[in-house]
Write a protein that binds this ligand. Sequence first.
Ligand SMILES: [Fe+2]
Length: 445
Amino acid sequence: MKKYFKIFLMIMLVTVFLVGSAFAGIVQTDEAQKWASENGKARQRFNFIVFGDNRPTSPTRTLPDVLNIILKEISFIRPDFAVNTGDLIWGYFGTPKQAREEFSAFTKRYDKYAENVDMLFVAGNHDCPTEEIAAVYRELFGKKLYYDFTFGNSHFVIIDTNFPRSWLEKGQKYGFYNVNDGEHKLAMVDWTKKVLGKDVGHTFVFGHVPVFSALTPNFGEHPKSFTTKENRDELLKLLLDKKISAYFAGHEHIFYAQSEGNTKFFTIGGGGAPLYGPTTGGYSINTGEGPDYKEVKSDPEVEYGGRAKGYHYDLHFPAGALSIFSYMLVTVDKDKVSYDLLVPHSFEVKYLKGNDGISPEASAVIDNRAPYKRTLRGVTFLMPYSGKGYEVSGSYVGSRDWKVKPAKVAPEVLEVKKVKDSLAKVRVKITIPGSNSIDVLLKVK
Ligand SMILES: [Fe+2]
């Protein structure tokens, strides 16, 4: 009996090793803490991606191709996890069946390009415009619309700034409201006050709408963000009192950053939805004056590109707000946090040899078009399965002598995942200097 138990245990261990974490994939909101306990326990160093707003231009239209690039690059980076800040679909005025089809278009893209990256979600206004569509969203991504988890030395708090309109009172639209999603003892404002302020290294808060709106900073008649200043200030005060590290949002299809005290407020809405505002990000961006809504110097000939004024374009657009497709890599290193904004097409992997599951040798060139050194942990090769393992090496071309030299940081094999009896996916870690390329050669031992 003991012998059979040992064999059973061996099979279980091998299965766990080959299949990987049971939670790999879309992390349901209700499972987030369980997932984080399993994957983030005692971690002092880890990284995560923030991106969002990848909805189509209008109903029935397809998701943008730039989403494929962003997902592919997230998969190359292979962070510990990614957080999507919402607006996956068009949603508005559609049926629950149509919303389900739209969500399915997103999950198909995710499965195709980034299935190995654990991903968590923040509900956007397009995802939950009605209770019926919110029910579909909750079925796919988890019942809790606000939730938290502790990953290593950091606390992550996800709030819902866009409950279905039927749950709100008259005059409420987007904001920080004390509504209960039916999955908590406390309604959201009371819950947030209770959970914030854990004794951990860093606290990161996520909501769909930005605390500092770049498009309607003055809470105009048609605000893109919080409906009233009073409501926004209630959340702002709480976040500052609790000394959180950063608040991440999307909703406005731009990149924007603002600091208040020691807290950073980011809008990272460049996931592929139509861009808002001028790409120049305010013509006075290089004056060093920083965002100041009263002082922004604009040049309509440059900033509007001759475009007729209309919705969004005649609004304030502060210096520093960039109308670009982008995503952010956040790195936690003990008590330090760094925030790197990346644009799609920063990384490229071109397979030159093998990668067919048959050849014992495969090679690829990996380009880093970002200006800084980056480590990619998710470049994979399809190889014949080898019980003896694999040998990997890296090289680069000298910029002056054009000679091939060994990479300064040698690549490493991180994982061998058996697929079928004779095939394996071999995942490699590669460090590439800024604005450079590394050739990787992988051989069966
Ligand atoms: Fe939105």
